[in-house]
Design a binder for this molecule. Structure first.
Ligand code: MSP
Length: 517
């Protein structure tokens, strides 16, 4: 694979980022970093969705201009992603002038083509979804199922997009590409939704919503959020109906759009129709992840259980985000809902990262220093009983990432850690040393360290800081591509001195955990 383009949903900026937003960005970053280990050219896009009635209302309530309010909150998202080491290539804001200009051109192109037309309309508008809902979408009480609010009745003359024109083509695409929607069990939901689709409103009267991108040549209408928001995936790369950039030509179509299950309809139906109307190639996959609950309860402001990812790092006194990244990325099987709980977080990362992985490296290096002055002797290198397990794990991890099965990949890595720990226990190198079986002891330790190099490379997307510390102590080159990764990574010679052996991750002790409560 030569190039890889991955995107996240762009977050509404009407508040600060919470752990649900963080889950998606971490998941995407882990996939992205894995693919940097497989491809030469990669692009990771994230950003913020800044137009619409919600932002207009919230900024007013806070006595701020919309732009100042967006600037303030967009910065919170950027700061959080930096702290979590979310290594995006570009952060797009839908208020970026370049984005706004191209969205206007896209709108005009669809209008010229006859795929957008003007029409008087009375509909039920949910400001939470920033979308018109049909009666069928509502609960028995007439509420939006996601936001539990009664939608407003809105009568307007709007521009409409001819979604129905693309219905058959979208159905055909989904049916002939069973891996287009990931996980595949969600494809049926989308096919059901497609049964009843109608043309969709793509503008709002300026008199009702003023905080949006104006329709060119029509002072009365502003472009409604979804056409604006979805286009970010191409405007960010430099798409332009009048001639696109080199970057766009290199990276489009996207390999995967990572989004939450709640916005799958917008991505797998609306966005696909817009791309078809623009005569652009379609993204290869749409990964709809599940939702994160807190202690098994839906996160909501009214319940007061909204968790800030930075708050978690502070509460546990963590100076690197790796444990939270590892925990979140492995919190749910592909596409399923996950859960955050303080106790589970502490227990899992202590068990996997400190006790199993970190400790294994630490005690193996310590034994190498104790028995061999930190040297790897030539005669210790060669046949490794753990090699097959390590090679199988590399293959399995790549295979899982081919299907964006991130937590499943993490599980494979920890299984290799467990196999290696068992190998140490079974072979008891300390006893071999005591018995004078020096060479055998050296071989066991070297075998383990060879596998630790493989583990370092595989854990890197989840735990970049811990992996860096491991790589330093193993003199292992972390930039190696996964296709070139073998289980023969050590060179004969001096590896490490006692004072350079550092624990890569310390257990989060209960006193620190208590601080969070
Ligand atoms: N602005 C739109 C997306 C436009 S994409 C062209 C939006 N924004 S959002 O802020 O409401 O949500 C952003 C992303 O965060 C979505 O993918 C959404 O599913 C995800 N999550 C929001 N809350 C979440 C959880 N509690 N758990 C996991 N993901 C969640 O929708």
């Amino acid at each position: 694979m030569e190039r890889f383009y991955i995107t996240t949903a762009i977050d509404y900026v009407n508040g600060a980022p919470h752990i649900g937003h963080a889950y998606e960005k971490i998941l995407t970053d882990v996939i992205y970093r894995h693919y940097t280990q497989r491809c030469d050219k990669t692009f990771f896009l994230t950003g913020t969705d800044e137009h619409g009635i919600k932002i207009q209302k919230t900024s007013k309530e806070q006595g701020m201009s919309e732009q100042d309010f967006c600037d303030m909150n967009a910065q919170k998202f950027k700061d959080t992603w930096k702290t979590l080491n979310v290594d995006y290539t570009k952060f797009i804001r839908t208020t970026d002038k370049e984005h706004e200009k191209v969205v206007q051109k896209i709108f005009q192109k669809l209008l010229d083509k006859g795929d957008i037309y003007k029409h008087s309309y009375t509909g039920l508008y949910c400001s939470g979804c920033e979308a018109f809902l049909s009666e069928k979408d509502l609960t028995e009480e007439g509420l939006c199922p996601d936001h539990k609010k009664k939608p407003e009745v809105v009568s307007e003359e709007n521009y409409f997009f001819r979604l129905t024109k693309y219905k058959d083509a979208i159905i055909k695409h989904i049916k002939t590409n069973p891996d287009f929607i990931v996980p595949s069990f969600r494809a049926n939901e989308v096919l059901n939704q497609l049964e009843n689709i109608e043309d969709i409103s793509v503008s709002r009267a300026k008199s009702n919503v003023s905080w949006n991108i104006p329709v060119l040549g029509d002072d009365e209408q502003g472009i409604y959020v979804w056409i604006d928001a979805l286009s970010n995936y191409i405007t960010a790369l430099g798409y332009d109906p009048d001639g696109s950039s080199e970057t766009f030509n290199t990276f489009w179509p996207a390999d995967v759009h990572v989004i939450g299950k709640d916005i799958l309809k917008f991505h797998s139906i609306y966005w696909i129709a817009i791309l078809m109307a623009l005569d652009l190639p379609l993204p290869k996959h749409i990964l709809a992840h599940g939702w994160i609950t807190i202690d098994q309860t839906k996160m909501s402001k009214s319940l007061g259980n909204v968790i800030s990812p930075i708050g978690v790092l502070e509460a546990f006194n963590l100076d690197i985000p790796d444990p939270l990244r590892y925990y979140m990325a492995s919190s749910a099987p592909c596409g399923k809902d996950g859960n955050y709980s303080d106790d589970d977080f502490k227990e899992k990362v202590n068990a996997h990262l400190a006790n199993s992985m970190g400790n294994l490296l630490n005690r193996t290096l310590s034994m190498l220093v104790k028995y061999f002055a930190g040297d790897v002797n030539q005669e210790f290198l060669g046949k490794n009983e753990l090699e097959q397990a390590a090679i199988d794990t590399i293959k399995a991890v790549k295979h899982h990432f081919d299907y964006f099965e991130v937590s499943e990949a993490a599980q494979k890595i920890i299984e290799l850690v467990d196999i290696t720990n068992k190998y140490v226990t079974d072979n008891a190198p300390w006893a071999l040393a005591k018995d004078g079986q020096e060479e055998k002891c050296g071989i066991v330790l070297t075998n383990v360290l060879e596998v630790m190099c493989v583990i370092t490379s595989l854990i890197y997307p989840f735990c970049p800081n811990i992996a860096k510390l491991m790589a330093e102590q193993l003199s292992f080159d972390l930039s190696i591509k996964l296709d070139d990764l073998t289980c023969k990574n050590l060179k004969a010679g001096h590896l490490i001195d006692k004072e350079n052996i550092k624990p890569v991750f310390l257990r989060m002790d209960s006193e620190l955990a208590d601080k969070s409560k």
